[in-house]
Design a protein around this ligand. Structure first.
Ligand code: CP
Length: 316
């Protein structure tokens, strides 16, 4: 089947989704990322791999981690980085997305990093641009957030070494989460034998089990004996109507507390893509506790984004 992310040589041309991304490419990205990290502190060296290239960060939705770590990653690769301030751009005067992209191409963009509230926006741009230009999806609607999932895979491999012996629980608002979809595809592709989703029925997509996950509605059952707990934010901005009685009620049944975490394995790690809502999906004592790897996720994200950009730039 034709894969819009790969070129005719089977190399990564764009990174749009983890769905259908070959395992060899996922492993290449994780291996390449590890070459950028030095020592226990995770220091990152500057390298000339993207010297003379221009990376355009085009974010139509808010971001702290993704936008900033892409900028740092591109600068560590010695690229020139342009951050388009969409609030002050001509899209606010009615210019179409593709007209904006055409104008940025005329400014000699080599790579676009795109976040958009509409699912499929990065695919649309990838289909539109010239073959020498690469597009990275930095989150589109509810659809996909592939670099988040890949940095999560890097984090899991860093702490757990292997994927084939793990039990992983993804907890929270799966329905609205592009992160959860990308995580599920990445975990199953990398060979995790047991992926659970834990959420109220109102926050799960219908037929979610077809993605290869086990469904739990009870936190204690869903977290029992897991190696990895991946928390999700309640995406209030994407909810139409009352899917939940209140944030307090949600925390009562689905908030990650130390008591609930105690049913997971004693060396379980706790992850969260951010931004985190303390007291809604996670208690501060867990977010800041000894099992939490939430801040290392962010640092690993720089190396993983460097890996993605350098692999794209090396494609024929
Ligand atoms: N995880 C994530 O996408 O965070 P930002 O929205 O801050 O980029």
């Amino acid at each position: 089947m034709n894969n819009p992310q790969l070129n005719k040589h089977g190399e990564l041309q764009h990174l749009l989704t983890t769905e259908g991304l070959p395992v060899r490419i996922m492993r290449d990205i994780l291996d390449k990322a590890s070459t950028f990290l030095d020592g226990e502190q995770g220091d990152i060296r500057k390298v000339p791999l993207l010297q003379g290239k221009s990376v355009f960060n085009v974010f139509f939705e808010n971001s702290t981690r993704t936008r900033t770590t892409f900028e740092i990653a591109a600068k560590k690769l010695s690229a020139d980085v342009v951050n388009l301030n969409i609030g002050q751009s001509s899209t606010s005067k009615g210019e179409t997305l593709l007209d904006t992209v055409d104008n940025l191409c005329a400014m000699h963009a080599d790579m676009f990093v795109v976040r958009h509230s509409t699912s499929g926006a990065a695919h649309l741009i990838a289909q539109h641009v010239a073959p020498e230009i690469h597009v990275i999806n930095a989150g589109d609607g509810r659809h996909a957030h592939p670099t988040q999932a890949l940095l999560d895979m890097y984090t899991i491999r860093h702490y757990k070494k292997e994927f084939h012996n793990l039990r992983v629980a993804i907890v929270g608002d799966v329905l609205h989460s592009r992160v959860a979809r990308s995580q599920i595809h990445a975990l199953t592709t990398l060979g995790v034998p047991e992926v659970r989703v834990v959420a109220p029925k109102t926050l799960l997509p219908s037929h979610v089990e077809k993605l290869g996950v086990q469904v739990y509605h009870d936190m204690e059952q869903g977290l029992e004996d897991v190696d990895v707990v991946m928390m999700l934010r309640l995406q209030n901005e994407r909810m139409q109507g009352a899917l939940l009685p209140s944030a307090q009620e949600y925390f009562k049944y689905y908030g990650l507390t130390q008591e609930r975490l105690a049913v997971a394995k004693s060396d379980a790690i706790v992850m969260h893509p951010g931004p985190m809502n303390r007291g809604v999906e996670i208690d501060s004592s867990v977010a800041d506790g000894s099992h939490s790897v939430i801040l290392p996720q962010v640092t690993f994200g720089i190396a993983v984004r460097m890996a993605v950009m350098s692999i794209l730039a090396g494609a024929k």
